[in-house]
Ligand binder design. Structure first.
Ligand code: SF4
Ligand code: FES
Length: 593
C-alpha cells in the first residue's frame, strides 16, 4: 500500500485520496496531523479557494530521490493527491507564514463581534485565530460593512462575517440542485446572496447553517437562544420519519435547543431535512399531558401514578376475567423495547389480548435529491450502497419505527394493522368482544381518527399519550408518556436497519416512558396476583411496596427481547447504542491564575 508522511506521521493511503483527506483520517485517530481547512468538506466538490491548508511537499523523483513537489511552491493539501513516498509539512516556517497571512486577510474586514455571535464557541475562524493567527491586527482602515440579510424562512446571512469559502453555494448546487445561493461582486465587495425574489427554501436548507464555518449563516430558530458552550449533546435518531437519520440533540437544563445532523455514511451521510431539524418542538409543547388522570363522576381528574396504574390493571383484568378481550394498539412512534414490554404486560393481563400496530402516516412519496455527490477519496468510508441510495432521500413515511414494532409484535403471534384493529373494536358492526383497550400514541400532532374515537364507546379505555387529543373524551385512564428525547430505545428504519438512541433529557415532570409504564403494569399485576383475596382486597399501599416496579432500561429490555425470541437478536447486536464522546475536550489551554 502506498505510504505518505504528514508532519512526521507515516500512514498508508488509498490511491485517489488527497493529502488533507489522509491527514483528517489520521487526526480522527488521534494523530497530530490536523491541518486548518475552511472551504473543504467531505460532502462537496473541492475548490481550494481559502488557501489556509497549504503545505510544503516533497515527492520521490524518477531516481527515487526526494525533491520539492511543484517546484517548491506551497500546495493546497485539500486538492493535491497523496503520492507514494511523499513527505508533507504544514507546520514548517513557510506553511505557518502562509497560515498567518491567510488569517490576517480573512480578519481584515471581519467584525470583532464574537461576544454577540451565535457561532462563538464553535467557529473555525475563532479557533484558527488562536491556533494559527496573529495576536494583533495591523489593519487601521475602516472595515467594509455589509448588511444582515433574510435569505430564507430558516436562515439569516450576516454578510460581513462571511469568509467566502462557498461551501453554502456548492451545497445548493451539488446536493439539493436548487442553486438559490450565489457569489456576487468582486474583491472586498464580494458577497453571498440569493437571486432576487428567491429565498433559500429547499427541504435541506438548514444544512447550510452547519456547513458555514463562521457565523455568517445563522439559524433563525436558534438565534440568541443559548451560548453553545452551555449545550450538551446526545446521539439520537430521527423521531419523525422512517429515514432513521442520525442526529445530535443539543440540550441544556432539561430543554432541547437544537438538533444537528450526525454523520452516518450508511444512512444520512452529513445531512438532515428541515423537518427533522425543527420537528422537536412538540417535546416542550404546552399541550403535553403532565399528570395521570382517571375518570370519576364522568370527568377526568388528576391522580397519582400508583392509583392510575392500579385502576388500569384492575379494570383490564376484570374485563379479561369476565370473558371479554383486551386490545393493545402499539404506536409506530415507540421504540422496539417499549413495544416488547407493552405487549408482554398486556398479554400477562389477558393471554388472548389483541395486538395492533398504530396508524402509519404517509405524506406523498419519497423524494430523492439526485445531485448528492461525495468527494473522491473522502475520509469517510462509503458503504457499498447502490447509487440511488447514496443520494439523499426525504422519507414519505412519517413515523420512525413501524417495521420495528411490527417485527416485535410478530414474535407475540402477529399484529393487526390499524384498519383491522378498528374492525376488531367493532367498527361498523357496533359490537365486539373487546372490553378493555390500551392505546398508545406519541405522535407529534393529533393522530386519532373519528372512527377510532367512535369505536371506543362502552369499553374501558386507557390512553398512553404525550399530547391532548379528542381521545381523552373517551379515556377512562390517561397515562402521560415521554417523547423519544426523554428515553432510550431502538428504531428500525425504512431499510430495516436497527439503530439505538440515547436519552437526551430527563422525562418532562409527570410523564413516564411507555417502557416504564409497561413495567409498572407488570409490577402491579404481580402484586395483585400475590395479594390474598384477589382484586378487591388489595391494600393500595402495601401492594406497591410488595413488588416494586423495575426501572426502564432499554439495554436490559433488548437483552430480554433477544432471550425471548432469537429472531430479535439482531436488534441487540446491530442496535447497540453509539459509543460517542458526548462532551468535547476544551479547545483552549486552561491558564492557572
Ligand atoms: S456564508 Fe458561510 S458557508 Fe457561505 S461562503 Fe460565507 S462563510 Fe462560506
Ligand atoms: S481547505 Fe484547502 S484551500 Fe480551502
Amino acid at each position: 500500500m502506498p505510504r505518505i508522511t504528514i508532519n512526521g506521521v507515516q500512514a498508508d493511503f488509498t490511491p485517489g485520496q488527497t493529502i488533507l483527506q489522509v491527514a483528517n483520517a489520521l487526526a480522527a485517530r488521534g494523530e497530530r496531523t490536523e491541518i486548518p481547512q475552511y472551504c473543504y468538506h467531505d460532502g462537496l466538490s473541492i475548490v481550494a479557494s481559502c488557501r489556509i491548508c497549504l503545505g510544503e511537499a516533497w515527492a520521490p523523483n524518477r531516481e527515487g530521490k526526494l525533491e520539492a513537489y511543484m517546484g517548491g511552491r506551497l500546495v493546497p493539501t485539500c486538492q493535491t493527491g497523496a503520492v507514494d513516498g511523499m513527505v508533507v509539512y504544514t507546520d514548517s516556517p513557510k506553511a505557518i507564514a502562509n497560515q498567518k497571512a491567510v488569517m490576517e486577510y480573512l480578519l481584515i474586514n471581519h467584525p470583532l463581534d464574537c461576544p454577540v455571535c451565535d457561532q462563538s464557541g464553535e467557529c473555525l475562524l475563532q479557533d484558527y485565530s488562536y491556533e494559527y493567527g496573529r495576536g494583533v491586527s495591523r489593519f487601521e482602515e475602516a472595515k467594509v460593512k455589509q448588511p444582515k440579510k433574510d435569505v430564507g424562512p430558516r436562515v439569516y446571512l450576516y454578510s460581513d462575517r462571511c469568509i467566502m469559502c462557498t461551501r453554502c453555494v456548492r451545497f445548493t448546487r451539488e446536493v439539493t440542485g436548487t442553486a438559490e445561493l450565489m457569489v456576487q461582486g468582486r474583491g472586498n465587495k464580494e458577497e453571498i446572496d440569493v437571486f432576487p425574489g428567491l429565498g433559500i427554501a429547499n427541504e435541506l436548507s438548514g444544512n447550510v447553517i452547519d456547513l458555514c464555518p463562521v457565523g455568517a449563516l445563522l439559524d433563525k430558530d436558534f438565534l440568541f437562544q443559548q451560548r453553545v458552550w452551555f449545550l450538551r449533546r446526545a446521539p439520537s435518531i430521527d423521531p419523525l420519519t422512517a429515514s432513521g437519520d442520525n442526529i445530535w440533540i443539543h440540550h441544556n437544563e432539561g430543554r432541547i435547543y437544537r438538533v444537528k445532523p450526525r454523520t452516518n455514511m450508511d444512512v444520512n451521510t452529513w445531512w438532515i431535512t428541515d423537518e427533522v431539524r425543527y420537528g422537536w418542538r412538540f417535546v416542550h409543547s404546552k399541550a403535553r399531558l403532565r399528570s395521570p388522570m382517571r375518570r370519576q363522576f364522568g370527568a377526568l381528574i388528576e391522580c397519582d401514578w400508583p392509583r392510575a396504574v392500579q385502576e388500569c390493571v384492575a379494570k383490564l383484568r376484570a374485563a379479561a376475567a369476565a370473558g371479554s378481550r383486551v386490545a393493545l394498539l402499539v404506536s409506530p412512534m415507540l421504540a422496539c423495547e417499549e413495544a416488547f414490554l407493552l405487549a408482554r404486560a398486556v398479554r400477562a393481563i389477558d393471554p388472548g389480548a389483541i395486538l395492533g400496530v398504530g396508524p402509519i402516516p404517509v405524506v406523498g412519496e419519497d423524494r430523492t435529491f439526485k445531485n448528492n455527490t461525495v468527494s473522491p477519496g473522502t475520509t469517510a468510508t462509503l458503504a457499498p450502497l447502490a447509487g440511488a441510495r447514496r443520494a439523499f432521500t426525504v422519507c414519505a413515511e412519517k413515523c420512525p419505527n413501524a417495521r420495528g414494532v411490527r417485527r416485535v409484535l410478530e414474535t407475540f403471534g402477529g399484529a393487526l394493522d390499524s384498519k383491522a384493529f378498528l374492525e376488531a373494536l367493532g367498527r361498523g358492526r357496533g359490537r365486539s368482544d373487546v372490553a378493555g383497550v390500551v392505546l398508545t400514541g406519541n405522535f407529534p400532532s393529533p393522530w386519532c381518527t373519528g372512527e377510532l374515537v367512535a369505536s371506543l364507546g362502552g369499553k374501558f379505555v386507557v390512553v398512553v399519550d404525550t399530547l391532548e387529543s379528542p381521545l381523552l373524551d373517551e379515556a377512562d385512564v390517561v397515562l402521560p408518556s415521554s417523547t423519544w428525547a426523554e428515553k432510550s430505545g431502538t428504531f428500525v428504519n425504512h431499510r430495516g436497519l436497527p439503530q439505538a438512541f440515547e436519552r437526551a433529557i430527563e422525562p418532562i415532570e409527570g410523564t413516564r416512558p411507555e417502557g416504564q409504564i409497561a413495567l409498572d403494569l407488570e409490577a402491579e399485576l404481580a402484586t395483585e396476583r400475590s395479594a390474598p383475596g384477589g382484586v378487591a382486597a388489595i391494600d393500595p399501599v402495601l401492594s406497591l411496596i410488595a413488588v416494586p416496579p423495575l426501572r426502564y432500561d432499554a439495554a436490559a429490555a433488548r437483552a430480554q427481547m433477544a432471550a425471548a425470541s432469537p429472531g430479535l437478536a439482531d436488534l441487540v447486536r446491530e442496535g447497540a447504542p453509539p459509543h460517542l464522546a458526548v462532551r468535547g475536550e476544551p479547545d483552549m489551554a486552561v491558564v492557572e491564575l
